[in-house]
Structures are given as structure tokens and as C-alpha cells.
Design a protein around this ligand. Structure first.
Ligand SMILES: NC(=O)c1ccc[n+]([C@@H]2O[C@H](COP(=O)([O-])OP(=O)(O)OC[C@H]3O[C@@H](n4cnc5c(N)ncnc54)[C@H](OP(=O)(O)O)[C@@H]3O)[C@@H](O)[C@H]2O)c1
Length: 411
């Protein structure tokens, strides 16, 4: 505990919800330890919520500002004003950084203050630090991430119990892993914001949320999980950022993984990020992706870092073009009439687009006949053209479903 001799380090806390309250509690518990390692005594100097405090007073009385309000405004205005006033800022706000990152990082450089945001991606998993510091010199080729715990929990439940999407979502809400309104989690937008931030750091080029193509898990069926299991595949909502043809592709979509992929075993509400680079082969970081105490721990880690040496997010040096049409392997699920020649016709349409089939499973008979196949990597536009043609054939009983497969292992 303090002997009263250390200088105080005054923290202005914007937001006192799940993360803000957990942060205040954690700080109270760890203040003595932080004082020992930094020589400064951290304390909450002021709190702002919708019904409490004033921003000007909080700013005036603080050495550093923690922003855990969320959303774009007034968070953006407060963060900019805090930095303009010479305060370091720590934020957990992925929406803010994926929309206004370049403006905010430029302001941090201009005012020579730190803007730290470890908690904005993958909760307590220290991915931001790894990109900014440990891998700062690596030429990164690809980043894959499971960066939304809600969807990973839902997909894990569907795989584990055979539950429908709706039942698994209800279970996630019951356990507190999904919000009452889970829209931005299940439609992929939350993961897209996090991938925009990771891509910016990994590839040193500006990436805005609007440049990230995303697709959610709302249409995944228990059947898909079951059939894919027979092909040795497990389903995840995967964020990808990778170099493609001299440009950059950043996207989020459900994807099947073979068992040997480092992300295949990440289940429940956990997050994980895999980085691939020639020099390092592959590294994977994983851990809890959300939750008040976990996120607060990442925020407090940033506060301690800001209390010690300086760090800044440099201006980008690259201007990579964002590439939207990339090659992927696909799982195709088709409900078909049980009659001769069907497989041959499907194979012909796929063949005309240049798709080649890796494996096929034929399931059920009569009214239940289904074809499930995995197609080798092909330009996505070509695969979707083939799926469109297949969908118009009279032997199809329902629109075909196409889900990407990440066809890599690191053994
Ligand atoms: N929860 C998690 O597990 C988690 C994980 C990773 C990152 N994050 C990020 O952390 C941030 C905070 O999330 P949270 O879950 O703690 O949110 P939350 O529980 O909704 O709390 C938000 C807080 O901000 C305050 N606030 C909202 N609008 C305000 C305004 N206009 N002016 C002043 N105060 C305002 C609220 O005040 P009132 O109390 O008056 O409503 C509340 O205290 C978000 O950026 C979120 O994305 C959260």
C-alpha cells in the first residue's frame, strides 16, 4: 500500500458500465502493485456517465483518460479533446477505431500522446501489442481471427449438441455471452470492425470498416455442421486479412476448418488470432474475448504501459488496394432429386467455371437426398456463378448453400 509518498496518477473514466465498473474495481484491487512497479499511485480522478459528472471536469482533473462509453459520438469528440489537451487515452472501442482510426492516431502523433486500444480486439488476448511491438518488423502474409466470442459460442454449441442456430443463440443469451440485441455479433459486423483494426496494424495500410466484406452465421443450419463433421470439418466465424495480388483482402465469413488448423480447437466464447509470415511460420494467441473483468484487465494493462514508456501508432506507410474477389475452397450443400445424372450435371457446371471437387458425400434417399461436397480453391466470383446456375436446375429442391473452407494446416 501507499505510504503517501508517491505522486498520484489521475485517471479520468468515461463510462461506468460493464467495463468501466470492472475497471474501477480492478484498479482499486491492484493500485498498490501498480504503485510498486511504476512509482506512481493510480487513482480514479473523475467519472462521466450520462447522468454523472462533466467531461470538462473529468478532463481537467486527469493525467490519462479511459474511454469505455462505446459507439462513435460522443466518444470520438471526447478522445480527440483529451488528446488535444495532452492526455494519454486508453480505449476499448472497436467501432470508434474502425471508423475514425486514422484521424485519432494522427491526433495522437500531433499531440505527442499515447492512444492505446488493446481491449478493442480479442479482449484480454494481447494481440495489439504483438502487432505493434513484437511483430513490428515481420512481413505478415495473413491474419486469421476468431474475434467474436458470441458467434464462436453459438457455433460451438451447435457442433457440440446438434442444437439449431436459434436454440444456441438463446443459450448464449441465457449465459450472458450474447446481448439482448445480438445483431452486430451474429451478422459479422463486430468481427469486421476488429479485423479492420488488426489489418491496419498488420499490413501498415489504412483500413476502414466499410472496406471489410462481412457475412454472419444466421443462416447456418445444424445439418451443415453434421455433414461437415463427416468430411472432417468444423465451422467457425473467421476474420481474414491477407495479401492478395499486391493488394489486401479483409473479410469475415463463416468458414470450415480441417482439424489440424490452429483455430479449429478454439471453442466456446474464446477468441484467437493466427498470424502467418514466412519468417515466423505461424503463431496463435488465444483467450477470453470479452467480459467486464477480462476487458478491464486489458484496459488496465494499457494504463500501466502509458504510465511507463511512450508508444505511438505510426502513420501508415503503405497504400494497399483492397481486393474483394479472392480464391477460396468451398463446402457446397445441395438438396437434390434422387435421380440418375444429377451428380454429373453438377460436376459439369462446376467444371465449366474451373472448379474441381475435392470430396463428395451423398446423403439420404428420395425426398431426403443431399449432395455435400468440398471444392478446391477457386475465385469466389466463379464459384458463386456456378452456384447460381446450379440453383436454377430443376432437380434442386432448395437453394444450394456455399460456405468457405480454410484448407490449411501447420503440421
Ligand atoms: N462488455 C464487454 O465485454 C466488452 C468487451 C470488449 C470491449 N468492450 C467495449 O467497451 C466499451 C464499453 O462497453 P460496456 O459493455 O462497458 O458498455 P455499457 O455497459 O453499455 O456502458 C457504457 C457506459 O458509458 C456511459 N455512456 C453511454 N453514453 C454516454 C454518453 N453519451 N455520455 C456519457 N456517458 C455515456 C453509460 O452511461 P449510463 O450508465 O449513464 O448509461 C455507461 O456507464 C465499448 O466500446 C465496448 O465495445 C466491451
Amino acid at each position: 500500500m501507499s505510504d503517501g509518498g508517491s505522486q498520484p496518477f489521475r485517471i479520468g473514466l468515461l463510462g461506468f458500465g460493464t467495463v468501466g465498473a470492472a475497471f474501477a474495481e480492478l484498479l482499486a484491487a491492484r493500485a498498490g502493485h501498480i504503485e510498486k512497479i511504476t512509482g506512481l499511485r493510480p487513482e480514479i480522478a473523475g467519472v462521466l456517465t450520462r447522468s454523472r459528472g462533466s467531461f470538462d471536469d473529468v478532463l481537467e482533473g486527469s493525467d490519462l483518460v479511459v474511454e469505455v462509453i462505446g459507439g462513435l459520438e460522443p466518444a470520438r469528440e471526447y478522445v480527440l479533446r483529451a488528446m488535444a489537451a495532452g492526455r494519454h487515452v486508453v480505449t476499448a472501442n472497436k467501432q470508434l477505431l474502425s471508423h475514425h482510426g486514422e484521424e485519432l492516431w494522427a491526433a495522437a502523433r500531433e499531440h505527442a500522446v499515447q492512444l492505446r486500444f488493446e481491449a478493442s480486439v480479442a479482449g484480454v488476448v494481447p494481440v495489439i501489442r504483438v502487432f505493434q511491438e513484437s511483430l513490428a518488423a515481420a512481413h505478415i502474409d495473413r491474419v486469421h481471427g476468431i474475434v467474436n466470442g458470441t458467434t464462436n459460442f453459438i457455433l460451438s454449441e451447435m457442433a457440440r449438441t446438434g442444437a439449431t442456430y436459434e436454440d444456441a443463440l438463446a443459450e448464449a443469451q441465457r449465459l450472458g455471452y450474447a446481448e439482448a440485441d445480438p445483431t452486430d455479433d451474429v451478422n459479422g459486423k463486430d468481427a469486421a470492425a476488429k479485423m479492420a483494426i488488426l489489418a491496419r496494424l498488420a499490413f501498415d495500410t489504412p483500413v476502414h470498416l466499410e472496406q471489410v466484406v462481412y457475412e454472419g452465421i444466421e443462416h447456418i443450419t445444424a445439418d451443415d455442421m453434421e455433414y461437415a463433421r463427416e468430411l472432417g470439418l468444423g465451422l467457425k466465424l473467421i476474420g481474414t486479412a491477407e495479401r492478395v495480388d499486391g493488394g489486401l483482402s479483409v473479410r469475415v465469413h463463416p468458414a470450415f476448418l480441417y482439424g489440424g488448423h490452429p483455430l479449429a480447437s478454439v471453442s466456446g466464447p474464446f477468441n484467437a488470432v493466427t498470424v502467418e509470415s514466412d519468417a515466423i511460420t505461424e503463431i496463435t494467441m488465444s483467450g477470453p474475448g470479452a467480459g467486464g473483468p477480462q476487458t478491464a484487465s486489458a484496459v488496465l494493462g494499457d494504463v500501466i504501459s502509458a504510465m511507463i514508456p511512450p508508444a505511438s501508432t505510426p502513420e501508415t506507410t503503405e497504400r494497399l488496394e483492397i481486393v474483394e474477389d479472392v480464391e477460396s475452397a468451398f463446402y457446397l450443400h445441395m438438396e437434390v432429386a434422387d435421380r440418375p445424372g444429377v451428380l454429373a450435371q453438377i460436376a459439369q457446371v462446376l467444371g465449366l467455371q474451373g472448379a474441381s471437387v475435392k470430396s463428395v458425400v451423398q446423403k439420404g434417399l428420395g425426398e431426403n437426398a443431399r449432395l455435400v461436397m468440398v471444392v478446391h480453391p477457386i475465385l469466389e466470383s466463379k464459384l458463386f456463378a456456378a452456384v447460381d446456375l446450379i440453383g436454377r436446375m430443376d432437380f434442386l429442391r432448395a437453394p444450394p448453400r456455399a460456405i468457405r473452407v480454410i484448407d490449411e494446416t501447420f503440421e
